[in-house]
Design a protein around this ligand. Structure first.
Ligand code: ADP
Ligand code: MG
Length: 250
């Protein structure tokens, strides 16, 4: 069975998509067979990996509504398979709402490709709606990126409450692997204080911070992950180390 990692935080702009793309690429570079699933109607991950959402015929929306997952898979230049998103996903909450077992649609779909992958990485949308519930219900692990400069303790608390609910009701094995400070400028004392404050606040591991780097912001326009566009950047190194730690724990 593949290990399923959800990258979740209902706050936008905290580097969920960046982290999902970088970790998936690092896993693939380590020789793993990797599937990424774009669960955000804005399709940023799909775009960031060089896939044109306009040309996608079968997307994560269709998979959630019962189309075979394998029909939607596209191969990306990073050597990672992707279930792309399209704007259709904006209606998925409403479409799924009326279905029994709506929170388990993704878990069911992933079971059909369980033999084909070693790792599945889920890029969540910035909400705590049905899409994120599907991701948490399907995941073994959840990773929570936090932008150190605009930390919202309220958002983190709500997410952790939701994880607790999902664990109780749908997925007892779900584990929070840690909080990942992103876009951190460790030269500023403010950023160092924010990261230090995270330790101990939630009783969760705080993973090694990913530094802020313009290289990261540039990568999506080239349709590749920062691991490929700027492999020697500090941000790429941070993501490679994080991927190695996650793989070592498996
Ligand atoms: P989310 O998926 O949580 O909305 P994104 O991954 O799309 O967040 O990141 C939000 C923005 O921040 C993007 O423009 C992205 O390129 C940029 N970004 C992410 N990580 C970094 C970083 N380490 N350094 C600089 N910019 C970053
Ligand atoms: Mg995103």
């Amino acid at each position: 069975m593949p290990r399923v990692l959800a990258v979740a935080n209902q706050k936008g702009g905290v580097a969920k998509t960046t982290t999902a793309a970088a970790l998936a690429t690092a896993f693939a570079q380590a020789g793993r067979r990797v599937l990424l699933v774009d669960l955000d109607a804005q399709a940023c991950l799909t775009f960031a990996l060089g896939v044109d959402a306009e040309e996608v015929t079968t997307s994560s929306h269709d998979v959630l509504l019962g189309r075979p997952l394998a029909d939607s898979v596209v191969r990306t230049a990073e050597g990672v398979d992707l279930v792309p998103a399209t704007i259709d996903l904006a209606g998925a909450d409403a479409a799924l709402m009326v279905r029994p077992g709506r929170d388990l649609a993704l878990r069911t779909a992933l079971a059909s490709v369980a033999d084909d992958y070693d790792d599945v990485v889920l890029d969540c949308s910035p909400s705590l709606g049905v899409l994120t519930l599907n991701a948490l219900a399907a995941a073994d692990e959840v990773l929570v990126p936090l932008a150190a400069e605009m930390l919202s303790h309220r958002a983190v608390g709500q997410l952790l409450d939701t994880v607790e609910d999902v664990r109780r009701i749908l997925n007892p094995g779900l584990r929070v692997v840690g909080l990942l400070p992103t876009m951190v400028d460790l030269r500023t004392s403010h950023a160092r204080e924010v990261v230090a404050d995270l330790e101990g606040r939630y009783g969760l591991p705080v993973l090694r911070a990913v530094p802020r780097s313009v290289r990261v912001a540039e990568a999506p326009t080239r349709g590749r992950s920062v691991l490929t566009t700027s492999p020697r950047s500090a941000a790429a190194a941070a993501y490679r180390e994080l991927a190695a730690e996650l793989l070592a724990g498996r």
